[in-house]
Ligand binder design. Structure first.
Ligand code: ADP
Ligand code: TRP
Length: 321
């Protein structure tokens, strides 16, 4: 069997450059050499979303993001989580072999407690549903950003525990973290995240993209002063889009003095925009043709369900159902 790569993204808000480099790109690169299983994590979104129209629209939108960024439907599939009910069935079975103390340690829940947010049981058991997402499809590799590593490790633990209790049944997955872009910095230099309101969205029209980039926080050094590229938020992002020669050249200009931050930001806009142009065009097309996206999701769900059903038949038989 070929290596199966699976990842999911919640339909909450517009995807940003952190998602692009931390998740979409590595996942799509892996899928070029293996079988890609991608899904829209609509059930996970329900732990916080209360707006049906927005959930519906965002589900289509996330699928359009994947397709615009190059998901190849000949070798990979994409579906909406709620179209594969086998996942919630597996979630129940896994919840019966998972200790409460493991859930107490989960980041999603601890973060929400830290922020004083309402804790519903769905949020508390979030990692169990995520494990079911992964294990229902006999996944080998799960490309995620660093913040999701703990959840994937919990899925590994659940698979091992299940196999220990009931015999070899579930594939034990591996997380795959892109080390060099593990944390993409945002406009203010902190981790780029919707929660910090410091994001650069992938599909912004060029003018808005440029405006965002011009808003990146820098120190107040004048044009003539020599600058340190390694402590600059603009260069931090430039590195992630430019090739080695371009990076060396801009770094030298920083150190020499005579380069204003406005110029550095323009250089960042140029490299970023060049890479985002084609996906933006495809995205705009799909936005105007949502039925095409729905069709792709429906086809993906048929294939995903067949895989999940086979796993669930094994699981049911292993536990005695
Ligand atoms: P956000 O923090 O904006 O809410 P999500 O939690 O929706 O982002 O992240 C979706 C995926 O993108 C996850 O796999 C996550 O680890 C990755 N990701 C998000 N932000 C970054 C970042 N700044 N750098 C690298 N990867 C990121
Ligand atoms: N929890 C992930 C996030 O917040 C989304 C997700 C749900 C996921 N199920 C998954 C990611 C399974 C990888 C595998 O980003």
């Amino acid at each position: 069997m070929s290596t199966r790569v699976l990842t999911g993204i919640k339909p909450t808000g517009m995807p940003h450059i952190g998602n692009l480099l931390g998740m979409y790109r590595p996942a799509l690169a892996l899928a070029e050499r293996s079988e890609g299983y991608f899904f829209v994590a609509s059930y996970h979104a329900l732990t916080t979303m209360r707006d049906p129209a927005r959930l519906r629209a965002s589900t289509i939108d996330v699928a359009a993001n994947w397709l615009a960024l190059g998901l190849d439907t000949d070798r990979s599939i994409i579906w909406a989580q709620h179209d594969v009910p086998e996942v919630t069935e597996l979630g129940w079975i896994l919840s019966c072999i998972t200790s409460k103390s493991m859930m107490d340690k989960a980041h999603a829940f601890k973060d929400a407690v830290g922020k004083g947010r309402e804790i519903n049981v769905g949020l508390y058991t979030y990692p169990i549903l995520m494990a079911a997402d992964i294990l229902a499809f006999d996944t080998h590799v799960v490309p995620v950003g660093k913040d999701q590593k703990q959840h994937v490790e919990m899925a590994r633990d659940m698979a091992k525990r299940f196999n220990h209790l009931f015999g070899e049944t579930l594939v034990v997955p591996q997380p795959k973290i892109q080390a060099e872009v593990a944390t993409v910095p945002g406009l203010d230099g902190q981790k780029m995240s919707k929660s910090y309101d410091n994001t650069i969205e992938i599909f912004l029209p060029p003018k808005k993209l440029r405006k965002k980039i011009m808003g990146i926080v820098t120190d107040s050094k004048g044009v003539d002063e020599a600058k340190d590229p390694e402590t600059c938020n603009v260069f931090g992002l430039y590195k992630l889009f430019a090739d080695a020669d371009q990076q060396a050249e801009l770094a030298a200009r920083y150190r020499a003095g005579g380069l204003g931050y406005g110029h550095a930001k323009q250089a960042l806009f140029d490299v970023m925009n060049a890479q985002l142009e084609l996906p933006r065009e495809r995205y705009n097309y799909l936005q105007a043709h949502p039925d095409e996206v729905s069709d792709v999701l429906a086809e993906g769900a048929i294939k995903a369900r067949a895989t999940a059903r086979a796993t669930l038949d094994r699981v049911r038989s292993s536990v005695g159902l």
